[in-house]
Design a binder for this molecule. Structure first.
Ligand SMILES: Cc1cc2nc3c(=O)[nH]c(=O)nc-3n(C[C@H](O)[C@H](O)[C@H](O)COP(=O)(O)O)c2cc1C
Length: 505
């Protein structure tokens, strides 16, 4: 039985008894007073629409009541406590509405200040392409280079790495089922391949981090035997080796002790109830050639599935060394994921989230400039991640150099995340980022997996509409010169002018 139900029943019982005695043992009036309250609470607990109401019967309704009274009251009393939250209200609401299929248009005009320094836009053509010429389902790419035996046909927008451990079982299930429904991929995160990733039936990108969770030996080193089994499962479509993530590059992962349940510990091969730190570096290699040989090994052990690596750009010369090693060894990853310093996390030291790692724009431009200069860019796929939430974000980062984009927090919001900022405490009120089974039970997989697919579908539709307006027919036609940026109150430049492709010196 869910904890909330027990607490709720006890509270109502105490209220009825107290009222009964206050009315001189007249329990009829007490039941008349509090009986309906109990009924409403019981109905709330069965809510499939709102995790907050299901987890906090009756009390949770106040949040939505405030929302009705918006903008002022809701803004002051509900939003104000998340003012410093990483995803702003405008973009959070876009995700919510797309997930509920409620956003087909916006009223009254632009929500952004077009004269503010930093404002960005794309120009339209006098001769837009016909929308019929761009089917959202065609906005896909093939990932797999010369050494790949099983290329993967991917959406241009996919679920970024988030582990079972950071996320609840129901969240993982809903993401996996959503990915299946919407034909996009779901990255397992570094916490290993859980039964819930497989149960949902979606396409998976299996991520291997420095802890080698799910493919490690007793000493915590990489184990070919364990890796081979999972890597060859049919749902696993790609392998991603994690070097770093934008929110805490150079730091390694953190699984707080409260979230390290016996089930998670057995999937990861660690001790339950302890805080698990994955190391900041890999034990399987320690230089660019070693990295590429390890990528080749993972690809071969997986039967030739697309294999790549993810990193947040730090020293650009270290990335250049990897490019040189690609030329020297002839070993190429099938894809490289560039994560921005602004990327999300379940738990990270504050200084790392705020101030370590190159932001996505500069990281992506730096990396793709080098790949282009070494004539490697068209031999592999580049994926971008870091606060990519809208159709324009996708268009912009593809124009700057990526082929596809990933989102982590966009998908969390689609699952019902309210940015309570408690991912690291095991108390997430929406059941998204917690291992408390009572809270996780409030996240209704049947309802939420559809929202995940809706958010993806509506966002891709928005991309298709922008592409049509620009007179293009596919995201692969986007270039840096398509995106403009205000540099001062009276001057603008396009991204090709601001960040031209560089030649080797
Ligand atoms: C709850 C949570 C858990 C995450 N876990 C991982 C992980 O296991 N491995 C990883 O490479 N990145 C992880 N990330 C980072 C994302 O995959 C991604 O790089 C980053 O969040 C991109 O930013 P976005 O959230 O703005 O899309 C996690 C992010 C969140 C929010």
């Amino acid at each position: 039985m869910r904890r909330q139900f027990t607490i709720f029943s006890i509270v109502t019982f105490i209220l009825i008894m107290t009222a009964g005695f206050l009315f001189h043992s007249n329990f009829f009036w007490a039941f008349l007073l509090f009986g309906p309250l109990y009924l409403v609470g019981a109905i709330d607990m069965c809510s499939t629409q709102h995790s907050i109401i299901a987890n906090w019967p009756i009390g949770g309704r106040f949040r939505y009541f405030m929302e009705v009274l918006r903008p002022k009251i809701y803004q002051y009393f509900v939003e104000s406590d998340t003012d410093g939250a990483p995803i702003s209200r405008i973009f959070r609401n876009v995700v919510y509405q797309r997930a509920k299929k409620a956003l087909s248009s916006a009223p009254f005009g632009t929500q952004l200040d077009v004269y503010q320094v930093g404002y960005e836009w794309i120009n339209h053509s006098i001769y837009p392409s016909s929308l019929q010429a761009i089917k959202p389902n065609d906005l896909r790419i093939t990932i797999g280079g010369k050494d790949c035996a099983q290329p993967y046909n991917a959406s241009i927008y996919n679920i970024s790495a988030m582990s079972f451990g950071a996320l609840s079982k129901n969240a993982v299930l809903a993401l996996s089922q959503g990915a299946k429904l919407g034909a996009f991929s779901h990255n397992t995160g570094e916490g290993g391949l859980s039964p819930y990733h497989l149960q949902g039936g979606g396409d998976l990108v299996w991520q291997i981090g420095t802890g080698y969770f799910g493919c490690r030996d007793e000493e915590g080193n990489f184990s070919e035997k364990h890796f081979g089994h999972n890597a060859n499962l049919p749902n696993v479509k790609m392998i991603e080796l994690k070097l770093s993530q934008g929110a805490k590059p150079g730091h390694g992962g953190i699984l707080p002790a409260g979230k390290n349940t016996p089930e998670i510990a057995s999937i990861r091969g660690v001790k339950p109830g302890t805080t698990v730190y994955s190391p900041s570096n890999h034990s399987a290699f320690n230089n660019p050639e070693g990295l590429l040989k390890f990528v080749a090994k993972l690809r071969s052990l997986s039967g030739g599935k697309p294999t790549g690596f993810k990193l947040c750009i730090g020293y650009l010369n270290e990335f250049e060394d990897i490019c040189k090693a690609m030329i020297k060894t002839g070993i190429l990853p099938d894809f490289i994921t560039i994560d921005g310093g602004e990327g999300g996390t379940g738990a990270a030291p504050l200084e790392f989230s705020n101030s370590v790692g190159t932001p996505l724009r500069e990281g992506l431009i730096g990396a793709t400039n080098l790949l282009t200069a070494y004539q490697l860019r068209d031999k592999l796929t580049v994926i971008a991640s870091g606060k990519i939430l809208t159709g324009f974000d996708i268009v912009k980062y593809i124009a700057l150099g990526a082929d596809a984009c990933n989102t982590a927090r966009g998908m969390m919001l689609a699952l019902g995340c309210i940015q309570a900022m408690e991912c690291n405490k095991n108390t997430c009120p929406t059941g998204v980022a917690t291992q408390d089974s009572n809270l996780a039970a409030g996240l209704n997989v049947r309802d939420k997996h559809v929202r995940v697919a809706n958010f993806h579908h509506q966002t891709i539709e928005a991309v298709a509409e922008i592409i049509a307006a620009t007179g293009l027919t596919h995201t692969r036609d986007l270039r840096r010169h398509h995106i403009w940026r205000r540099l001062t109150p009276t001057s603008v430049q396009n991204y090709q002018e601001i960040f031209p492709y560089a030649k080797l010196l």
